[in-house]
Design a protein. Structure first.
Length: 663
């Protein structure tokens, strides 16, 4: 498959002083040394000197706070004049680009903020959403025009949300159902199916869907780095990049009813994003995702997948040093797709009495988006959707949930598993027991393998069924202990007895699949492109053992007041680190966020601390929740080292990173 390079940033876009015509790999603009004028400060960074503005001279890394506040790149304090500064035109162009960027952001007095969207104010638009939710409307309070914010309406605007364009080899993809003939125009395709008369009757005062004027404008500029540089280092993907304009074929959607903006993001998801975690790499989940996208090409699942693709693409650029972190992620393309999916979920609930499987899958992907974004987005509303769907199935209230589950489709069983996993691990952050604990005990306590071949928890998440069950029971025990302590009636013997029961069940119910290889074949339309993702059986067994030992460590922290000097805790941390030493650093480390964090928080051994910290740092921390996890560990260490005594790791997690999920 061939992947075309995304369109270059438009001519009015801000061009970084560290960018060249086609690459950010080398710096063409360096720190300079030029004569000062009376209007410049006696010190300060070269960016402020070039702009003839006063610099606050307060450094934050290699930038001054003035540049950080204005979200412009700082040239630093270099002593020498580089060659490019000898060109007056280059200086003027550089200053003009900064001014254009600040003008668009509304940061120059007397200059109204500009927007690409405002240029289309006169264009007719279909029925729009209430302005309280409108992200594509102009930010000016005087603007009375309304613009459509659905994915299909982007075709009426010259807004390029594509980070890249895929070009497809038709013989390979020709067997895919629903592919329109190349002669068919995109505008002949039906409009988004989720637009209906119920949209305008929604309650947009809900906090989840309320937006301030500052965040009402989507970032409309294409991504600003040369993806060719990144892909050049990943030649195994067999992708070909250049900077030519998209061919006419590229405007033809691969998925019927889908626009080319979504199309390229969807294919990027299947080829790249799905490989980033055990869960998303599952063939069962991949097939389900593909089927739902085919059924509703502009639905919530599609937009949620597009959000993950856009976010992953930009974070990979940051990881390769080709792009600076986005100072305004709330206006990014990824956030646009995220908000579209969230809106569709809310509007869909207004139009139909119950959530369906596609709603839940979209919600779970949006929860994953929160974690890929560094745990910065609210995820409880998404988890609530999945939990409500489980309630709708009748599983929690049924007399025989195993029988109910056995009669459910494979896709429904898969969604139940994913929801259960996220609910259990969310209990650490929310500091309460999982919502459907009784159901989880019933399902996870079954030793007869009712899940079916290939659907064990360790195949999907790395965490075995018995460890998952123990973690949920320990969260329940923690809540019981906290409640009894608050009443002053904690019976320590009862606490120990309950803990012993959990430990005994964990040790007696250990189950290990004979093989961890994929049991579900990948959809035939994807097999040529998405590839088979697998890990060695021995590595997966080690991952399972890490989770089992982590469950024991979690239990010991509840019994022993999180005292890292207790023999049981010391031994458990030692065991976890020994297993990790047998497991070579890899992408699987992202699956082990919870064990690494817990073991790190519960040790005073400096070598263990350094080792566990290095396991997180062995993977790129700009993608996912690894950085936040490390910060939680370091915060616990600081508290314990300065104050002494036990330090509640869950309380620290809630204080430091309230949106962090250790998944």
């Amino acid at each position: 498959m061939v992947l075309d390079l995304f369109k270059k940033r438009s001519t009015d876009s801000f061009i970084s002083p560290f960018s060249s015509g086609s690459s950010r790999e080398t710096s063409t603009y360096n720190a300079v040394d030029i004569p000062r004028t009376p209007s410049t400060s006696q010190g300060g960074c070269w960016t402020c000197r070039l702009r003839r503005k006063k610099c606050d001279e307060q450094r934050e890394g290699d930038s001054c706070r003035t540049c950080v506040r204005l979200t412009i790149e700082c040239l630093g304090w270099g002593p020498k004049r580089p060659e490019w500064m000898r060109d007056k035109q280059a200086i003027e162009t550089y200053k003009a680009n900064i001014k254009a960027k600040l003008t668009r952001a509304g940061l120059i007095q007397g200059q109204p903020r500009t927007s690409m969207i405002q240029a289309h104010a006169a264009k007719p638009a279909p029925a729009s959403r209430p302005t309280t939710y409108h992200r594509l409307s102009a930010p000016s309070p005087k603007a009375s025009e309304k613009f459509p914010s659905t994915a299909s309406s982007l075709l009426a605007l010259d807004v390029d949300l594509r980070p890249f364009d895929y070009r497809y080899d038709s013989p390979r993809m020709g067997g895919m159902p629903g592919i329109p003939d190349p002669s068919n125009g995109f505008h002949q395709l039906p409009v988004a199916s989720y637009i209906d008369s119920n949209v305008n009757s929604m309650d947009f005062d809900a906090p989840m869907y309320q937006y301030s004027p500052q965040s009402s404008s989507v970032h409309s500029e294409p991504l600003d780095f040369d993806m060719g540089l990144y892909i050049a280092q990943h030649s195994n993907d067999q992708l070909d990049f250049d900077i030519r304009s998209p061919s006419p074929i590229q405007s033809v959607p691969l998925f019927a009813g889908q626009n080319s903006i979504q199309e390229s993001h969807v294919m990027y998801f299947f080829e790249h994003v799905r490989k980033t975690s055990l869960l998303t790499s599952s063939n069962a989940l991949t097939n389900l995702t593909y089927t739902m996208i085919m059924q509703e090409p502009r639905g919530a699942v599609t937009n949620a997948v597009c959000a993950l693709s856009s976010l992953h693409f930009t974070r990979m650029g940051v990881a390769q040093g080709l792009e600076a972190p986005d100072p305004n992620p709330e206006h990014s393309t990824a956030q646009y797709f995220h908000d579209e999916a969230a809106f569709q979920l809310a509007s869909g609930k207004q139009a139909k009495p119950h959530y369906d499987e596609s709603d839940v899958l979209a919600a779970l992907y949006l929860l994953c988006f929160s974690q890929m974004a560094g745990s910065t987005a609210e995820w409880p509303p998404m988890l609530a959707i999945a939990l409500e769907w489980i309630s709708q199935t009748g599983l929690p209230a049924g007399e025989s949930p195993k029988l109910v589950l056995a009669n459910m489709s494979t896709s429904s069983q898969l969604i139940v598993k994913c929801t259960m996993w996220m609910d259990i691990f969310a209990s650490f952050t929310l500091m309460k027991q999982p919502k459907y604990l009784a159901l989880y005990k019933c399902l996870l306590g079954d030793q007869n393998g009712f899940w079916g071949r290939g659907l064990y928890m360790d195949n999907l998440t790395g965490c075995p069924d018995e460890a998952m069950l123990a973690l949920s029971e320990i969260s329940e025990l923690t809540q019981w202990k906290t409640s009894e302590q608050a009443k002053g009636s904690l019976n320590f013997r009862e606490l120990v007895r309950r803990g012993d029961d959990i430990e005994q069940r964990l040790q007696n119910r250990q189950h290990e699949p004979s093989s961890f290889s994929e049991q579900t074949p990948l959809h035939p339309d994807l097999s040529l492109d998405a590839g088979v993702i697998s890990y060695p059986d021995e590595a997966m067994r080690l991952v399972g053992n890490v989770f089992r030992e982590s469950a024991l460590l979690y239990l010991y922290t509840v019994i022993n007041e999180e005292n890292p000097s207790m023999p049981e805790i010391i031994a458990s941390v030692d065991t976890i680190t020994q297993i990790l030493h047998q497991l070579a650093p890899s992408e699987l480390d992202r699956t082990l966020v919870f064990p690494v964090c817990l073991a790190g928080c519960m040790t005073d051994n400096s070598s263990h601390r350094d080792f566990l910290k290095s396991r997180l740092q062995s993977q790129d921390e700009s993608i996912g929740n690894l950085l936040r996890t490390r910060l939680v560990m370091e915060a616990v260490w600081q508290k314990r080292d300065t104050r002494g005594g036990p330090s509640e790791w869950r309380e620290t997690l809630r204080e430091q990173c309230p949106n962090l999920l250790l998944i």
